[in-house]
Design a protein around this ligand. Structure first.
Ligand code: NAD
Length: 264
């Protein structure tokens, strides 16, 4: 256990179970002395999140569904009442109808497009605004994105469009809050086996393809994504804002499959 985050308090949103990216990040933060509040989406997830919270000594848990703005407000009212100020936020929240995470992007419905954008993109802006209002100078926010924001990934469809908008939001929010010494960044994680990840059709094929073709010839781990998130939330990255930080074993730099793969 280190003390990189000693004296810092913050909110982690998006833990559904022990495979969640947010959980890997929460463990990395707690391991460096951070005090953590968690949100969970409804009582069914709450049952799984409560024992995890206990593992990291987190006693502040709040039910939050970002489709219900009153529940988002309650989260920040609770934090203000319990802690006064906060130092960091992780937003690891995304949703789209899995029936539209396959086939053609062109077939996305208006209803699912709107819902996907609200939950997976605009919620970060609503959360960042509320968080910044109670943040100490030097505060930091991180959201989670994926390479499908900038390049076409089969079946990722509307989620790729939402992630592109989320990445643009990171830059605008970084400009908004920079003068107040509050930083906003995104971690673009390589594919990991999670509940949300499983919603994308043929996710297993994508995971294997990236493992064979990334420069490091492997997938990334929850610990690695957690470690980079910790860096962006800690004072080690004090001069970094508005960045999309890839944690993908280098996959994003390649313009074609690995030669050993092509020759196999
Ligand atoms: P996960 O299923 O463990 O986490 C997704 C979380 O979103 C869950 O905790 C869920 O409760 C929450 N959520 C969904 N709708 C919500 C709503 N209306 N209100 C509040 N919370 C809601 O899966 P994950 O893969 O850990 O996803 C976390 C983030 O990481 C997502 O933004 C995802 O797009 C991103 N990401 C995932 C991968 C991957 O391969 N798994 C790769 C890159 C980025």
């Amino acid at each position: 256990m280190g003390d990189l985050m000693k004296g810092k308090r913050g909110l982690v949103m998006g833990v559904a179970n022990h495979n969640s990216i947010a959980w890997g990040a929460a463990k990395a933060l707690a391991g460096q002395g951070a005090e953590i509040a968690l949100t969970y989406q409804g009582e069914a997830f709450g049952k799984r999140v409560k024992p995890l919270a206990a593992e990291i000594g987190s006693t502040l848990l709040v039910d939050c569904d970002v489709e219900d703005i009153a529940s988002v407000d309650r989260v920040f009212e609770t934090l203000a009442a319990e802690w006064g100020k906060i130092d960091f936020v992780i937003h690891a929240i995304a949703f789209s109808d899995k029936n539209e995470l396959k086939g053609l992007y062109a077939d996305t419905t208006r209803e699912n497009f709107t819902r996907t954008m609200l939950i997976s993109c605009f919620s970060f802006t609503e959360i960042a605004k509320r968080a910044a209002a109670i943040m100490n100078n030097g505060g930091s926010l991180v959201t989670l994105t994926y390479g499908g924001a900038t390049r076409v990934m089969p079946n990722y469809n509307v989620m790729g469009v939402a992630k592109a908008a989320l990445e643009a939001s990171v830059r605008y929010l970084a400009a908004d809050f920079g003068p107040r010494d509050i930083r906003v960044n995104a971690v673009s994680a390589g594919p990991l086996r999670t509940l949300a990840g499983a919603g994308v059709s043929d996710a297993r094929l994508m995971l294997n393809y990236q493992r064979r073709n990334a420069p490091m010839r492997r997938n990334v781990t929850h610990e690695e994504v957690g470690g980079s998130t910790l860096y962006l939330l800690s004072d080690l990255s004090k001069g970094v804002t508005g960045e999309i930080h890839y944690v993908d074993a280098g996959y994003n730099i390649m313009s074609m499959p690995a030669l050993d793969e092509l020759k196999a």
